[in-house]
Design a protein around this ligand. Sequence first.
Ligand code: ADP
Length: 191
Amino acid sequence: MFNLILFGPPGSGKGTQSEKLIAKYGLKHLSTGDLLRSEIAQQTPLGIEAKKIMDKGQLVPDEVVIGMISSSLDANPDAKGFLFDGFPRTAAQAEALDKLLKLKKTEIKVMLALEVGEEELVRRLLKRGETSSRSDDTNETVIRARIAVYHSKTTAVAEYYKSFDKAVYLKGEGTVDEIFERISAEIDTRL
Ligand code: ADP
């Protein structure tokens, strides 16, 4: 199994690159943001609670997202590998993920982090907010709060994978295809 984490701040292009990567490498895409938005669309109790938190730019509780990931792993026993997008976002989530994968006798191969400057992130997210139905992309204060949460909580995730020598940083600016080439090159050396 080949399991990878696509990491980076909101607006760094994880969703865009994930679509191309799953097509090229046949991985199963697991995005906690997408899973949460699906709960919101179905108006489940979990979705209704999560939306309040997401609209403030804060993180949904660890146990909620860990539970969703655990169910998704169980629901895909034949996957060739998983591409984690937007998860793990805290050190506790990273540790929980390691345990879940260990139970399945597999592990994270690499964490690829996309680096993009803050002003470029805000510009991209506001642009996405003009056309997407995502309420968290229309307000600059919420966008900056999400970037701040990324720096305060999520950077610890990168440190975690660095300690296992599994963190790789890539430039997330340029054309979509250029970035895709950079990511693919890193994956190809590890397949
Ligand atoms: P972005 O990376 O643009 O912020 P996501 O779709 O990954 O977009 O996430 C949207 C929101 O969903 C986050 O701001 C957060 O509130 C919630 N969320 C997504 N993944 C997680 C997670 N792993 N842990 C906690 N909250 C999460």
